[in-house]
Each structure stands twice: as C-alpha cells, then as structure tokens.
Design a protein around this ligand. Structure first.
Ligand code: HEC
Ligand code: HEC
Ligand code: HEC
Length: 178
C-alpha cells in the first residue's frame, strides 16, 4: 500500500516535470529576468540611434542616418520605407525624395535635429514611423531579433527617486561619430 503510493507520487512528479518542460534543465530565477537595457542590464546604446546607426567597416556596411538621408535625397527613398511612412502618416503626401539634410544629420544631436520637421504636432511625427520601422513584421524585424526589441534601446526611463518628479519617459540622444 505504502509502496504503491510512493511509486504513484514519483510517476506523478515525472509527468508534471515533463509537462512543464523541466526534464533536464532547471531554470534559475536569474535566467528568467529579461535583459532590459538600462533597467536590468547596463545600457550598451546610451546615445540611442547613433549607437546602432553607425559605420560598420567590419561587415562592410554603413548604417549612419546621414548616409540614409543622403541616399533618400539623391536616389529616392526605398519603397519599403515609403510604405511604412505613408501608413504612419496618412495625412502627408510623400514624393519619395527627402530634403537633403545629410550635413545637418551628420553634425547635430539626433533624433533632436529630425524633430524640427517631424514633431508630434505636424503631419509627419517621427515616433509613429520609427515604431513601425523597428517593430513591424514582429519576429522578422532585425531590431527585434538582434536587439531584443526593447523600448529602452531608444527611450530612457527616469528612475531617480532623489529628484522628483521621477518616472518620466524620455528619448536618448547623441551625435554621429561620438
Ligand atoms: C538598438 C539598435 C537601434 C537603435 C537604438 C535604433 N535603431 Fe533604427 N534600426 C535598427 C535595426 C536593426 C533596423 C532594421 C529594422 C528592420 O528589420 O526593418 C533599423 C532600421 C531603421 C531605419 C530604416 C533603415 C533602412 O534602410 O531600412 C531607420 C530610418 C532608422 N532605423 C532610424 C532610427 C532612428 C532615427 C533611431 C533613434 C531614434 C533609431 N533608428 C534607433 C536598429 C536600431
Ligand atoms: C528640413 C526638414 C526635415 C528634416 C530636418 C528631416 N526631415 Fe524627414 N522628411 C521631411 C519631409 C519634407 C519629408 C517628406 C519627403 C517626401 O515628400 O517623400 C520627410 C520624410 C521622411 C521620411 C519618409 C520617407 C520619405 O523620404 O518620404 C522619413 C523616414 C524621414 N523623413 C526621416 C527623417 C529622419 C530620421 C530625420 C533626421 C535624421 C529627418 N527625417 C529629418 C523633412 C525633414
Ligand atoms: C527606434 C527608436 C524607438 C523605439 C524602439 C521606441 N520608440 Fe517610442 N518614440 C521614439 C521617438 C523618436 C519618439 C518621439 C520623441 C519626442 O517627441 O521627443 C517616440 C515617442 C513615443 C511616445 C510618445 C508619442 C506617441 O507616439 O504617442 C510613446 C508613447 C512611445 N514612444 C512609446 C514607445 C513604446 C511603448 C516603445 C516600445 C514598445 C517604444 N516607444 C519604442 C522612438 C522609439
């Protein structure tokens, strides 16, 4: 009788273990904590845009925003980008040629310099386009696959309790090449 119950308990425990997928690996608390930049782990991109959108000679690519703007202004904006921008900005009529502000983009604080023409009040707010560009497609989007898709890659959260009011959300900024 005692033996049967013991076997029952062991079998029961095994069934539960497999049902929850903990057959061989045991998850620790630490492994379950998400690696949120600036919140649970150090922020590798404290200056936002310019830390990711930079020259990468190691892979022969140039992801600088000033390079994109130069291309959009001279060769025209790629169709995929125009499509997202048009979806974000239904009121705007886009020609597919960006004003050539490459020099300003290369030398001024970003994305602050973009906001003079892409403010929340206008018909082309940068935020809605950027949210689409970095999240549309879900698991197909490289921002999600390569950078975890964390909001805090671009946004900062004010967690300084010593200087109220705290808790606000900001945007990280920086200059190209710094
Ligand atoms: C942590 C890295 C990271 C940060 C920070 C970041 N981006 Fe990106 N960005 C990416 C990746 C990855 C893609 C490609 C996404 C995809 O698969 O469409 C991308 C795509 C883009 C594109 C489209 C480029 C193209 O040719 O398709 C633009 C424009 C852009 N980002 C602007 C910005 C701006 C402006 C900021 C700052 C407010 C910013 N990004 C911050 C990683 C980043
Ligand atoms: C001098 C004003 C100005 C500045 C500064 C500016 N833009 Fe624009 N942007 C525009 C205008 C005007 C359009 C519409 C172009 C069109 O007709 O397609 C546009 C369109 C866009 C589009 C949609 C694609 C396209 O070519 O229409 C993206 C994406 C964009 N801007 C991103 C940026 C980013 C990122 C920055 C900062 C690095 C920036 N812009 C700075 C004026 C500006
Ligand atoms: C690629 C950079 C980037 C990422 C990633 C990003 N944002 Fe933003 N977001 C911006 C920019 C740029 C603005 C405009 C900031 C300004 O006006 O000063 C903005 C503005 C906003 C705003 C205010 C304007 C609006 O659209 O209502 C909200 C809310 C917001 N973001 C939420 C989020 C959330 C939630 C996430 C994560 C799911 C996220 N953002 C991820 C760049 C980003």
């Amino acid at each position: 009788m005692w033996k049967k119950t013991a076997i029952g308990i062991v079998l029961g425990a095994l069934v539960v273990a497999f049902a929850f997928g903990v057959g061989t690996t045991v998850l620790t608390q630490e492994e379950e904590v998400p690696a949120i930049p600036g919140i649970t782990v150090e922020d590798d991109h404290p200056n936002g845009c310019v830390n990711c959108h930079r020259e990468r000679p190691d892979i022969g690519r140039d992801f600088r925003l000033s390079t994109y703007i130069e291309e959009w202004a001279t060769e025209g904006t790629p169709e995929e980008i125009l499509e997202l921008a048009q979806a974000a900005w239904p009121e705007a009529s886009l020609s597919g040629k960006h004003p050539n502000v490459a020099e300003m983009t290369a030398t001024r604080e970003l994305p602050t310099a973009c906001m003079t023409c892409h403010s929340e009040e206008g018909d082309k707010p940068l935020s809605s386009y950027l949210h689409l560009q970095h999240f549309a497609g879900g698991a197909e989007n490289h921002f999600v696959t390569l950078y975890g898709g964390y909001c805090t890659q671009c946004h900062s959260v004010d967690l300084n309790l010593e200087e109220p009011p705290a808790g606000g959300i900001g945007i990280k900024t920086g200059k190209e090449g710094e």
